[in-house]
Design a protein around this ligand. Structure first.
Ligand code: MN
Length: 443
């Protein structure tokens, strides 16, 4: 059986990466805050009882590098290199005969989104949002599939507001359909395996099917099934699928919404998705993602970290690890330095490859780039700020930037002077990193 969200859930639990919440939780006033608590514990969280819904709700399933690694079947330190290597291929999906996601089918008057947990993610959000669905559509001109994440605001039992503006692919595809006066059929698959979750968060060329990337990441074709009310296919082992049409030429206010930088995006005219069916597993698990939190940024980071790894290696550096966590606008890169000044070339390569990168630190290989306090330790104990700094002004960064917060970049060389390892060798406790506290807790 193909790995799915449920098998990933079981894997997380075996690795101590899941916390179950048995007590009923209010999805509008409690659930989102508890996701943030879970991410601090570096655990996924399963709300077994959500008030107002028969469906449990799961979040933070790829909330750190270790959880992504579990999804890809590799240790955390291999996750970025594995993604880079597998992402060079495509394994197209196949339509199979099984469709757990269609065990229950609601059409017509039976369509009611209020069956799902209605989660308010941030205090000033306009209302409940669905956030973790993979939105699947087909370009009406080329027939090519596209998969993307698009936030969706509850508007009614069978209707959501959906953010999908160009240059985002779905927005472009919508414009082509609307120009012909056609509604755009879309399917929203909720409750997916990390292979699909990561692929959907990766920017590929328009026309390049993200599900082909998902197949390459999972090492076998993603199994699909045909939708019941529209001409699209969806992952057969998803938990829930919303089928419907984005209405041509219709724009309605949507927002505010606490977005990925943790700022609110204002009310904007956005599209309207009218449902034609809801299908789900008999005991469906709803999945949600909290924008701007660990799971969101971990997903957004992975493909960008792979770009950095590739670019820095292409510049000739002996690169060990790369991290864009926790904000994707700042990075840390560990290298085995070969000559003084090399960190500045690494910084130049990184800033050149990934334009949103605003702050970047190059460290030696003994520094854990995933541990922000370790990176701070390296900056404060190893950098020579009189010389090891690269400051670029009048450049460009994250595009939504009316006040020019992201047009300059700062790089810091936090590596020790070459040849001075004996003076700067870091102390280590005997057995550090090998001995586990858990092994000493039982008498
Ligand atoms: Mn795309």
């Amino acid at each position: 059986m193909q790995p799915d969200l449920r098998s990933h859930l079981a894997l997380l639990e075996r690795h101590g990466k899941l916390v179950r919440v048995p007590r009923p939780v209010d999805p509008r006033t409690e659930l989102a805050a508890l996701i943030i608590e879970a991410e601090r514990r570096r655990q996924a969280i399963l709300f077994e009882s959500v008030r107002g819904s028969a469906m449990p709700c799961l979040a933070n399933v790829v909330g750190d590098r270790a959880m992504v690694g579990l999804g890809l079947g590799v240790p955390p330190e291999a996750a970025v290199a594995t993604f880079l290597e597998r992402s060079r291929r495509r394994v197209p999906p196949v339509v199979g005969s099984e469709a757990p996601v269609q065990e229950v089918v609601h059409t017509g008057d039976a369509i009611d989104l209020r069956r799902l947990p209605l989660i308010v993610h941030a205090e000033r959000d306009a209302g409940p949002y669905f956030t973790a669905g993979l939105v699947i559509a087909r370009d009406p001109e080329t027939g090519h599939r596209n998969v993307s994440y698009n936030r969706m605001m509850l508007r009614g039992p069978g209707e959501v507001g959906i953010r999908m503006m160009p240059p985002q692919h779905l927005g472009q595809i919508y414009d082509r359909a609307a120009a012909r006066g056609q509604n755009l059929p879309v399917a929203v698959a909720i409750g997916n395996h990390p292979a699909e979750l990561v692929a959907g968060a990766t920017t590929v060329a328009l026309g390049d099917d993200e599900l082909g990337l998902a197949g390459a990441l999972r090492g076998e074709p993603t199994e699909l099934t045909r939708c019941v009310s529209i001409d699209l296919e969806v992952p057969a082992r998803a938990e829930i699928v919303l089928e419907g049409e984005v209405l041509a030429g219709v724009a309605e206010p949507e927002g505010p919404y606490g977005d990925f930088m943790q700022f609110y995006v204002p009310v904007m005219p956005n599209r309207v998705l009218r449902l034609t069916a809801i299908t789900h597993r008999r005991d469906a698990i709803h999945q949600t993602m909290h924008a701007g939190q660990a799971e969101d940024t971990t997903l957004l980071a992975l493909s960008r970290e792979a770009q950095l790894l590739e670019a820095v290696a292409a510049a000739g550096a002996d690169v060990r690890q790369v991290s864009l966590l926790p904000t994707i606008l700042a990075g840390a890169i560990s290298i085995r330095k070969r000559f003084e000044g090399e960190p500045k070339l690494v910084l130049a390569a990184a800033f050149g490859r990934y334009r949103w990168l605003k702050l970047c630190v190059v460290v030696d290989e003994d520094v854990d780039v995933l541990d922000v306090s370790d990176v701070w330790w390296a900056i404060t104990t190893r950098s020579r700020l009189g010389q090891g700094v690269l400051h670029l002004t009048d450049t460009s960064g994250f595009p939504r930037d009316p006040h020019g917060l992201h047009t300059a970049k700062l790089g810091i060389d936090a590596t020790i002077p070459l040849g001075a390892w004996s003076e700067y060798e870091r102390k280590r406790a005997p057995g550090q990193g090998r001995l586990r506290l858990e092994d000493y807790l039982a008498p």
